[in-house]
Design a protein around this ligand. Sequence first.
Ligand SMILES: Nc1ncnc2c1ncn2[C@@H]1O[C@H](COP(=O)(O)OP(=O)(O)OP(=O)(O)O)[C@@H](O)[C@H]1O
Ligand SMILES: [Mg+2]
Length: 366
Amino acid sequence: MQSDETLEIARLALEGKTSDVRLYLAKLVRKERKDNPKLAEQIETLLRIDPARSNRVLRKNETKHINEELSQNEDLSILHSTSNPTNQEPLLSQELKAQLDQILSEREHTQQLKQKGLKATSSVVFQGPPGVGKTMTANWLASKLELPLYILDLTSVMSSLLGKTGNNLKRVLDFAKNQPCVLFLDEIDAIAKKRSDESDVGELKRLVNILLQEIEDWPETGLLIAATNHPELVDPALWRRFDLDIAFNLPDESNIRSSIIEFLGSDLKDFNHLIELLVDSQKGESYSNIKRTINRLRKLKILNPTEFESSGIKYLIPNLETLSRQERIAFATKLVSDFSFPKQTAAKLLGVSRDTIRKKIAASHT
Ligand SMILES: Nc1ncnc2c1ncn2[C@@H]1O[C@H](COP(=O)(O)OP(=O)(O)OP(=O)(O)O)[C@@H](O)[C@H]1O
Ligand SMILES: [Mg+2]
């Protein structure tokens, strides 16, 4: 290390610019790695000292420094930062909500927990199908904890990580450990495959081992969240290291109804009579698919206000055109008796007469 570098570090330190000191030192590590590996390693160890292991909230100006560090440090460029996590609360089952509330509440009782030798939950797995709110919940938790959210999508970075001996992954994890933040490891199954998997090259194994080591003592000041659609692919050894495993599910009927109502927003009054039909048509769909359908219908209504009902229903039942006459009668009857559609509307939509519907309903009551 040269004297001008020593001076610069002294100046930054005395000015109290801790983040800048760290940034400067990180640069030095890269510079010295070749000529002076011992020094580089010692500085790296020093950089792991966390000045912030108290339960404080990250201040705005510090977020700025971190983002600067992110953009300047090539090794960290695989990390995606969301400086402004959305605070929109996801719709979740009671059980899931209770688990999330406990995570938040533990943070407020770290001292009491510590007295009993307990630690607040600092690593969680979110497992579940696509579009059910895993990413959204990570955002929401970060905003509740008033922490910045960093996202590392392991699928998209796999290739960049592989060539580079996993050091990048380690650096990202160390970076995230060294300041209070939420780190979201998306699609963790991309690297955490069971070791018997045939893509079990040495490099992959190394990545899993790095993860195994790093997860265990994740600091309470931050939160590590890993997400996967394929829990069955994940190495059980990795699974065990996480404090908590949360399963996200497709919405049940009552959650489908709540989500439709929420997604309709100010259009609810115009769709009120269609709600039960919508609920019925969205069974088995994810929140994200339901939202897409509802947005599509809302747009149809704007573009074609008089015909939106028939075009909307056609959209909900894509094979409407190919139904046989018997099927159309059955469907029209269903609209009237199960979804309280006026006979006239149902008759018009399905191209059958009101009389036919009336007779069919009467027949079903006898
Ligand atoms: N539980 C939910 N409550 C409200 N909206 C939701 C919920 N889940 C998903 N959505 C809607 O769907 C969008 C996509 O959801 P999100 O990205 O959180 O899904 P995911 O579970 O992370 O899926 P993937 O496994 O594909 O990453 C959200 O931005 C939101 O609009
Ligand atoms: Mg996601």
